[in-house]
Each structure stands twice: as C-alpha cells, then as structure tokens.
Write a protein that binds this ligand. Structure first.
Ligand SMILES: NC(=O)c1ccc[n+]([C@@H]2O[C@H](COP(=O)([O-])OP(=O)(O)OC[C@H]3O[C@@H](n4cnc5c(N)ncnc54)[C@H](O)[C@@H]3O)[C@@H](O)[C@H]2O)c1
Length: 312
C-alpha cells in the first residue's frame, strides 16, 4: 500500500514547497494538502485539497479516516513575530493542533507525525555559538515557549505511548517561491525582493545580528529524510538541531552586492531585534549528522546566487 500523507498548513512558506516535494515522491493523489485558506495554483491543482482547521480534532480525524492517512505533517502554527502580538492565540493554535495530532496517533489512527520545532526554543541564557543539542533552554517568546513545550510533549508521547513523532528545530528559512509568514528571520527573504525591486532595503535587525539560516531546498530535503529514516536512527524524540548557514544582515548584503553592486542597506531595528538577540548565532547539528546522516548543501554563496537568479 502506498504511503498516504496529510499536510496541515500546506499553504504556508514551508508547507507549499514541502507538499510539492512530497507529491513528487509519493504521487499527487497520495498527498492531501490542507489549510484554513487556499494555496497557490500549483498546490490546488496537483492533488487533493481540504479546507481544515488544525484546532478542530474531529475534522482532522475525519480527513485521516476518509483518506486512510498514514503520516501527518503538521505545519500550521503562529510564528514568532506575529505570536508576540497575539500571545494567547499563538499558544492555542500551536499547542492544540499538536495535541490533536499526537492524540490521533496515540489512538492508532495514523502511524507517523512530522512536527517542526524552531531555534526559538533557545533563549538569552543559551550558549550563543554552536548551540548544542542539549543545553539551557529558557525561551522568552510565546512562540519559543510553545515550541519547547511541544518538544516535551513529543518526547513524552513517544516514550509513554510509542508515538512515532519526528521533529527538526528549523533555523530561519529562505525561499523564493513563497513569502515568509511573520517570523523574526523574514528579513533574509524580504531583502532579495527589495534588492531586485528597489536596489535598497531597510532592515528591521541591526547589521551585526548573526542568526542561523537555511535554504528551503535543504530544509525540505531534511524533512523528507528524517521521515524516511528507519525509526531506530531517530534517537532524539524531542527535536533535532539542524544547521545550514549563519550570517548577519551585513554579510548577506556583501554577498548580494557581488551580484548587484549598487544595492544599499539601511538599518532600523524594531521589536524583532529583541527576539533575534535572544536566539543562537549558530547551531551544532552533529546529532542529526550522526544519527540520520544529515548534510546541508547550501552555504551563503550558492543560496544568494540561486535566490537572485530565480527572483529576477
Ligand atoms: N519559516 C521559518 O523560518 C520557520 C523556522 C522555524 C520553524 N518554523 C515552523 O515551521 C512550520 C511552518 O512554518 P511556515 O513558515 O510555513 O509558516 P507560515 O505562517 O508561512 O504557514 C503556516 C500555515 O498554517 C496555516 N494555518 C494557520 N492557522 C491554521 C489553522 N487553524 N488550521 C490550518 N492551517 C492553519 C496558515 O494559513 C499558513 O498557510 C511552523 O510550525 C513554524 O513554527 C518555520
């Protein structure tokens, strides 16, 4: 029997590209996209789509039963910057949706879950450079608190009920196909659009704010690889540190200027600076490398070239 997959939050920045990749791997009809809003044409035309509220457990259950779903990828969430504006809403969406999917797996109605965590699980007391897999975690954003709590629940459901849930702490994700959804690392996508449209960008973080980032190609491949790895290789049932590259606004500007020499940047840090300051600058992902052979393909140089060539 072919694997049948449900992607919840399929129309967001990651969900869009992940759904298309899963449809390439498993076949369009075996990957059900779902979201509370419609997606782009490609998503809507390349396989089944269901309007679904991730807060509604019986709706998720009905779709899982109807399509005989094996695996759920839960991508719906409220991200860091938006979460600070609506803390209670962020908490409800991020926690309720995860608990629903974990319970559906516990009840034996699905076999496997992918749920993304984030570098936001770390906080100002975490070692900033090469942040280890196991370290101090005192997140200060509601988004980070929801992701850390989510990690604890994932591990608990795995240990206690044998739920096969797998997770990655994504860094900031950079993509040209879809726009970011209200996070603190969004500048690293916005900068390319503005560079091409206006040759200038006003950055909401200061020039020397180093943050871990990853090109979407790598993030999607990491997601499909961790889900296809044999269960015995997945030793972290909270979530895996994952690293691609790390750079500051000043460094990415210099890289863009190699292609667009007249591009200029100005800096006007806002509330997101404080969030960025509480996060790691770089991540040690040796556990992912050892356990399920993770390896990034993109560094800042090939990422910037690809972003500019696609967006132009
Ligand atoms: N983008 C990043 O840089 C990044 C970094 C770390 C972790 N993550 C995590 O990856 C996941 C996906 O992030 P993203 O960047 O694609 O987010 P996004 O905001 O772009 O997409 C989220 C999607 O969820 C949908 N959604 C919201 N509420 C819903 C509900 N009640 N029911 C169903 N769908 C709903 C939205 O319509 C949207 O399409 C999230 O869990 C996020 O925390 C993202």
């Amino acid at each position: 029997m072919p694997t049948k997959i449900l992607v919840i939050g399929a129309c967001g920045q990651i969900g869009t590209e992940l759904t298309m990749r899963l449809r390439q791997i498993y076949g369009g009809n075996h990957v059900i996209a779902s979201d509370i809003r419609d997606g782009n044409e490609e998503i809507m035309a390349s396989g089944p789509f269901e309007t679904l509220d991730a807060m509604n457990k019986s709706q998720i259950e009905d779709i899982c039963l109807h399509y005989e779903i094996d695996e759920v990828y839960l991508m719906a969430a409220m991200l860091s910057a938006t979460g600070e504006k609506f803390p209670k809403k962020a908490w409800s969406l991020n926690m309720d949706s995860l608990m629903h999917v974990l319970d559906i797996a516990k009840e034996g109605k699905i076999n496997k879950i992918f749920w993304p965590s984030s570098i936001a699980v770390f906080g100002p007391t975490t070692p900033k450079d090469d942040t280890p897999q196991h370290t101090i975690m005192e997140p200060t954003t509601v988004y980070g608190i929801s992701k850390q709590t989510g990690e604890r629940w994932c591990e608990y459901y795995h240990q206690k009920y044998g739920v096969d849930v797998r997770s990655i702490r994504y860094p900031g994700l950079i993509s040209w196909k879809t726009l970011p959804g209200g996070g603190t690392t969004d500048y690293a996508v916005d900068i390319f659009h503005k560079a091409i449209e206006d040759n200038a960008y006003n950055c909401f973080l200061s020039e020397d704010t180093a943050l871990p980032m990853m090109y979407m190609e790598d993030a999607v491949r990491a997601t499909t690889e961790i889900m296809r790895a044999p269960a015995r290789e997945i030793k972290q049932r909270s979530s895996y540190n994952l690293s691609g590259m790390s750079f500051t606004p000043k460094e990415i500007t210099a890289e863009i200027q190699k292609h667009l020499p007249d591009f200029t940047i100005s800096y006007e840090p806002d509330f997101r600076q404080k969030i960025a300051d509480s996060w790691p600058s770089s991540i040690d992902d040796s556990h992912a490398r050892e356990d399920w052979s993770w390896k990034n393909e993109y560094e800042i140089g090939n990422m910037v070239s690809e972003m500019l060539s696609h967006l132009k």
